[in-house]
Design a protein around this ligand. Sequence first.
Ligand code: ATP
Length: 229
Amino acid sequence: ESPDAVIEARGLCAGYGAVPVLRDVDLVVRPGELVALLGANGAGKTTTLKALAGLLPPSRGSVFYRGVRRSDSLASRSRAGLAYVPEERGIFRGLTTLENLRLGRGDPAVALELMPELKPLVRRPAGLLSGGEQQMLTIARALAAEPAIFLCDELSLGLAPIIVERLLTFIRTAASRGVAVLLVEQQARAALLACDRAYVLRRGQVAMSGRAADLLHRFGEVEGQYLSG
Ligand code: ATP
């Protein structure tokens, strides 16, 4: 194991029923690191996050959280400092922005300080927020809890590039304060520009990994891993 890892997967295998998806995934995220998890549709990115979060038990291999092997639930890992934003964002559309913030582990006032754009929206039902505003809500809610690790699935899904830029800057700031971040991203180039390191999954295996700057230099190869999926 890596002694300084916040979260670590070792030989992680997981799937759905009899269907194996992940095969021997090794992955580490350290404090203050912003790490991208890239790959084609169906490569296993969401499955990896679910296994790290405690939503999917490994069939083989282990997940370590701050050096301790864990097999507990998402709720238990959340209490221990893990924040997870799923692809479907986990917003209650009929509740207001403020009510949604109150459902988080952190202080709503802290969330609003982190993301002042939400202040004029506190009384609005979350279902009436734009996609970008909803993503601001989920991310501010997650980071207000001051997690040790932040797992975020498909940050940019359906959002305009300028909003994605704002969210990435926001998450970079959180990382610079010490949060370990693992981002699943469909937009590989944007993710590599924003992140420190990246893993590229192909058919449930880590096909490439390294510093984001190095992977940008080899972007043809990175894209090749997508096309040959
Ligand atoms: P995407 O970007 O399309 O979300 P992904 O890399 O996140 O892709 P996963 O969602 O992890 O990929 O899916 C990996 C594989 O597992 C796919 O073949 C998918 O069909 C399968 N899969 C995902 N969820 C389930 C499930 N609940 N039951 C059975 N198979 C599933």
